[in-house]
Design a protein around this ligand. Structure first.
Ligand SMILES: C[C@]12CC[C@@H]3c4ccc(OS(=O)(=O)O)cc4CC[C@H]3[C@@H]1CCC2=O
Ligand SMILES: [Ca+2]
Length: 589
């Protein structure tokens, strides 16, 4: 790495000293040079599922009430250009936990699968990947995960738990190994059921046509077979597929929608009406039990993913239908957890972080009722690799006395930055044997620097590079180019209505020259620049192309964990409780 010449080092040193003095003036405690064993802060990480950045008050929403999240921002630092590494769940969460782009960890695909699709699939976060939970555990932290995982479960048998949270540094787990889905409530819109049913119908139609062809062959004496055999084949295939497609919904509820407590399946199928209370109670007991010990607790909400499971108390409370009710309930849950932190005297020594795994889903709607989130003034949403609405997420940090209250940071930051930030604060070190793409956020959060440590951020959709961002520090500008964008349906609609998410390849437009935006001046990506309007067009595009090639050549060969063979349902990997023929259980009180 290049070292700065002595004169600049001197200047940097005095800048740091000034920043430190300013910190003391503002009442902030120094954090550098702390004795890790005495002052390891606790970490409470709160992660929403599918929440749009425009859905909370402190990011501009004036109709959904989120007083608890807003207070977190008032008392801490709010990031306005905080970015998920991908616009869907599995790759984004893998990057969050490892600090690495999903293309490095294999937590992506090149075939349209996008996320892990079955709890009984074989793909998942590889054992050799290092999560911040693993490092913090080694540093003496008690680590816990409550809620959604979606990073795999088993490799070879239904209980090897090779990808389970407890194999990745978490010591306590209560939650859904896959995550909440529309199909967990047999509700509309469905994410998997409809597609599976469509496939089964297609199969039954093919079988019917084959049987009819046989019949015709027999009638014309071209094929020899007894008539009863034909009738039987025709009836059996259509009955089988009709029955199968009718029971697909029940099958998914059983196969994917269940709770695990550590290594045991404790509720199958999940009892939707009880899960919010269960998660809250678990968070409370975790905080009480570990208040005398450094801890890291990740509360990975099942809110605000469809089917928008909301308790009776919050029904029809918001002005935004079932989605708004669900956001308001999640905000209330945040308040309950923060209250516990207060009651247990943990607030001052706990760094709290709040974010969403990616942007709100524009396609989640039934008729004209919108069931997905709103991404403020940003274009696009969940599943769209490059457009800002899919990847720009809320990002709030609070640590009283250490981080300035009410600070707003507009610089680009990534959810991958949480990895080095918590690892270093916890007294650990970043792994040296692999590329870590995240950057320590502490200097930026404390105001010791005004600049993002990222010069480039690349925005992949599966393995396809859809867009890239360059922070041109000397000019204070943030550029973004789009190499590919999804084609919307209907044309110009702003989303891929009729599908769960937009595709990453195939039905996309490749831009040559790429679309260029000055994100600092045009965050809504409304005015693409061209070589005539922007003299730096070719320089910026060239720079970003060069970075894309540089990063591509730094990758090593790796198995795609979301590829088809790892991402299909394997009966022998199916976690279950109960005994044949009475599968299912409820061991949670
Ligand atoms: C439709 C699909 C199966 C469902 C896949 C899906 C499910 C849940 C998602 O939400 S989250 O990212 O976990 O929060 C996202 C997706 C996106 C891809 C969907 C799959 C495409 C092919 C297929 O059969
Ligand atoms: Ca999600």
């Amino acid at each position: 790495m290049n070292r700065a010449p002595p004169i600049i080092q001197g200047a940097l040193c005095s800048m740091n000293c000034l920043a430190a003095l300013l910190g003391v003036f503002l009442g902030l405690k120094p954090v550098i040079g702390r004795d890790a064993s005495q002052s390891q802060p606790n970490f409470l990480l709160l992660l929403a599922d599918d929440l749009g950045i425009g859905d909370i008050g402190c990011y501009g929403n004036s109709t959904i009430r989120t007083p608890n999240i807003d207070r977190l921002a008032e008392d801490g630092v709010r990031l306005t250009q905080h970015l998920a590494a991908e616009a869907v769940c599995t790759p984004s969460r893998a990057a969050f936990l490892t600090g690495r782009y999903p293309i490095r960890t294999g937590m992506t695909s090149g075939n349209g699968h996008r996320v892990l699709q079955w709890a009984a699939g074989a793909g998942g976060l590889p054992a050799e990947e290092i999560t911040f939970a693993k490092i913090l555990k080694e540093q003496g932290y008690v680590t816990g995960l409550i809620g959604k995982w979606h990073l795999g479960l088993n490799c070879h048998s239904s209980s090897d738990h090779c990808h389970h949270p407890l194999s990745h540094g978490f010591q306590h787990f209560l939650g859904m190994p896959l995550g909440m889905m529309g199909d967990c409530a047999v509700a509309e819109p469905s994410e998997k059921r409809m597609k599976l049913q469509r496939r089964l119908h297609l199969c039954s139609q093919v079988a019917a046509v084959a049987s009819l062809t046989l019949a015709a062959g027999k009638l014309t004496r071209l094929i020899r077979a007894p008539r009863w055999m034909l009738v039987l084949v025709l009836a059996a295939t259509t009955a089988m597929f009709a029955a199968a497609s009718r029971h697909v919904g029940d099958f998914i509820i059983y196969a994917d929608c269940f709770l695990m407590r550590n290594h045991t399946v404790t509720q199958q199928p999940l009892r939707l009406e009880r899960v919010t209370g269960l998660m809250l109670r678990e968070a409370e007991t975790f905080l009480q039990r570990n208040k005398h010990h450094p801890f890291m607790l990740l509360v990975s909400f099942l809110h605000v993913h469809i089917p928008l499971v909301t308790t009776e108390d919050f029904h029809r409370r918001s002005k935004h239908g079932p989605y708004g009710d669900n956001v308001e309930e999640m905000d209330w849950m945040v308040g309950q957890i923060l209250d516990t932190l207060d009651r247990e005297g943990l607030t001052d020594n706990t760094l709290v972080y709040f974010a969403s795994d990616h942007g709100g889903s524009l396609e989640s709607r039934v008729g004209h009722v919108q069931l997905g989130g709103w991404n403020g003034g940003y274009r696009g949403g969940k599943g769209m690799g490059g457009w800002e609405g899919g990847i720009r997420v809320p990002g709030i940090f609070r640590w009283p006395g250490v981080l300035p209250a009410g600070r707003v940071v507009d610089q680009p930051t990534s959810m991958m930055d949480v990895f080095p930030t918590v690892v270093l604060l916890g007294g650990g070190a970043e792994p040296k044997d692999r590329v870590i793409d995240g950057r320590n956020l502490l200097p930026l959060l404390r105001g010791e620097t005004q600049h993002s440590d990222h010069e480039f951020l690349l925005h992949y959709c599966e393995v396809f590079l859809h867009a890239a961002r360059w922070v041109q520090r000397d000019r204070g500008r943030v550029w973004k180019v789009h190499f590919m964008t999804p084609n919307f349906h209907p044309e110009g609609a702003g989303a891929c209505y009729g599908s769960a998410v937009c595709p990453c390849f195939g039905d996309v437009t490749e831009h040559d020259p790429p679309l260029l935006f000055d994100i600092s001046a045009d965050p809504g990506e409304t005015h693409p620049l061209n070589p005539d309007s922007e003299p730096e067009f070719h320089e910026v595009v060239g720079k970003l192309r060069q970075e894309a090639v540089r990063q591509w050549s730094s990758l090593s060969q790796i198995h795609q964990q979301l590829g088809t063979i790892y991402n299909i349902w394997r009966p022998w990997l199916q976690p279950r409780c109960g005994e044949f023929p009475h599968y299912g259980c409820d061991l949670e009180e």
